[in-house]
Ligand binder design. Sequence first.
Ligand code: ANZ
Ligand code: ZN
Length: 820
Amino acid sequence: MSERKYEPAEIERKWQKYWEQSGLHKTVEASGQPYYYCLEMFPYPSGRLHMGHVRVYSIGDVVARFKRMQGYNVLHPMGWDAFGMPAENAAIKNQSHPAPWTFDNIAFMRNQQKELGVSYDWEREVTTCLPDYYKWTQWLFLLFYERGLAYKKKGAVNWCPECATVLANEQVEDGECWRCGSEVVKKDLEQWFLRITDYAERLLNDLDKLSGWPERVKTMQRNWIGKSHGTEVVFAVDGHDETLTVFTTRPDTLYGVTYLVVAPEHPAVERITQTSPRRDEIRAFVEEVRKKSEIERTSADAEKIGLFTGEYAIHPKTGERVPIWIANYVLPDYGTGAVMGVPAHDERDFEFATKYNLPIKVVIQPQGEPLALPLQAAYTEKGVLVDSQEFSGLPTVEAIEKISESLEREGKGKRTVSYRLRDWLISRQRYWGCPIPIVYCEACGTVPVPKEQLPVLLPDEVQFEVAGKSPLATNESFVNTACPACGGKATRETDTMDTFIDSSWYYLRYTSPQKADGPFDSEAVNRWLPVDKYIGGIEHAVLHLLYSRFFTKVLYDAGLVNFEEPFESLLTQGMVIKEGAKMSKSKGNVVSPEDIVAKYGADTARTFILFAAPPDRDLEWSDQGVEGAHRFLGRVWRLVETHADRFAARTAADPSQPAARKLWQQTHFAIKKVTEDIGERYQFNTAISAIMELVNAIQAYPHNADMGVKLDAIETVILLLAPVAPHITEELWHRIGHPESVHLQKWPAFDPAALVQDEIEYAIQVNGKVRDRVVVAKDATQDEIRELVLAREKIKDEVAGKQVKKFIVVPGKLVNVVVG
Ligand code: ANZ
Ligand code: ZN
């Protein structure tokens, strides 16, 4: 046969078609085989793939194909996080509907994924905006509701005036809307919440079990949950039948309290100022503060503003009267919403007290030199207590215990823990989301839609833009319904769910995507999960990954799954950057996957991306790098082409001669290296270099050496490269005479005998000092070693005129010659 040219476009299309027709990527569940679930975070169907997507899918596909060749039953699915704002905004802009926009994008991106040759089982595709998916999202909402984990409350919510919607805390970035950048304000609305705080402790503790997660991600989750040990201290309010409880992590500073400061929203503020002449002023202040976002209120450089309420609290130990203030820097929903002001030892309090001329009282002194007065800044370190009655002289740590105990005995306090984590606000006043399956009846109140009536379908006809109102509220036939309990007149909930709910359980649906009588089949889920390798962006470190963990724990408690953590191992891939900046439209440094695939083929794109950097590092785009990957595949192509005809008359390998033996060893070394790099270390770049080295070795192989060894080596290159570059290897595999897909082959095993080194290098010491080195046959005897060592020039010099008293051989390592 004459040599053919490498034409990626031709062979890639051919094999993609063949794979699809032969059902190659269908999930197989062979009995007796271990299970492996390889999952890439499903994308939002924004339009087209960017290089970041290509990177995630390339990583996932290498792992999936590799595990499959190793004999695992592999689940490798893909789907669409298809509800969300961009579709709705596009619909508003184009006067159309979000659905066609979404489905067009899905069709385009699915096609791109196919063109990359990713081995997804498309029969398991899930799309969160389809009723057969969101029906089960609603079912799960009802499960949470039944378990007391979904509730409605009026609360101050983050409101983006531009998007006219409520935002979760996580969607507020530096006081601005994550999407449009407008300043976020607070607004009171009835909202649905999920009680994630009930799971705070488990979500925190179980992080310790996730040994397959990057430390960085676990730290981010720990900080987000924000557990803090402290003490609640009760202050009576002078002249009122009322107490104020503060939360402090520093009860040792109790005697330094010179005022209390309460969040303006704190319910006690209304009560204790009811008859106050300052009432109007206070109300105006409260309104003012509430407009600001939490971030603005608490950031260190935000100006601290406050107002004296005119009322006083009684210090629980000294009985002194301390003024009660309200201030922006105290948050209503952290701790108890009230703080004891200790300006001498807390930075924020110091700033506040300085500004408003409140007294500053030192009660902690550093070891050694006492603080210089007046204080120039708060002393926030540990130290020894002063002016603290019987606690004076105690060090901070001990005082925290003693003062807390004493307060507990007197019924004036207790030790508690506080979490930064808040309940998850899931109501969205948007159209393109999953309707919340609740109706409101005048007679029965809040009534969950019975599960057999699901799904509550999203109506087609709505007005998208009605300020301050949910779009669903504009469709009367949707809103007005009969109460499922009494049959009377009722109205539907018109908010939709946060799309993070959709993505909190999609990985379960993949195991049984067609299941018609439940969200998933528990047996299938328990077979496949936890996910063995989850691959996605670090930007999901807190949101998606925390919510999914929460969902899994609730489902575990409900007996629907038998594991408490959904993702055993997590790989967060680095960014794709170009000229030092993240690829982005705004920077104008985007390289489009379509162009690269059209010019070089998908195999080159994948090989480059996997070769250019370890998966968790940033990847610098390089046109030369792409060219290099392409040249490498071209070399593999020619290597096979020039030898293809020899495979028919192939004879068994004979590695007895030195050159053949060397290539045989190199082949098995490469198998070992690639197997470990892909399967254990997830370092695809070094795996590819090992394949490149093997190709070099084959090219340097003498013409007259054993052909069987050479053909084995060539065949091994094809197998090792198959997960990385699936099309070219499929073509070449057939070219050398195999009728079956390369992707159904067994992953090659290395022969340990080939890895045994034939020679060993010894360090030679003379009287304990290294003087020389020598390479010795592995099976050399002590006498042979002695002869070789003593014949070396350097050693002869050292030994000259002396007597060899001892000759010690540490096998495989060193020789020590003792002379005197
Ligand atoms: C008195 C004190 C003295 C405090 C001192 C600190 C140092 P973490 O560690 O983050 O939990 N605090 C309590 N509730 C607050 C709220 N709702 N808004 C703003 N600040 C609040 O922080 C706990 C500390 O933050 C508490 O301990 C309290 O100030 C403040 F030398 O109490 B501390
Ligand atoms: Zn009713």
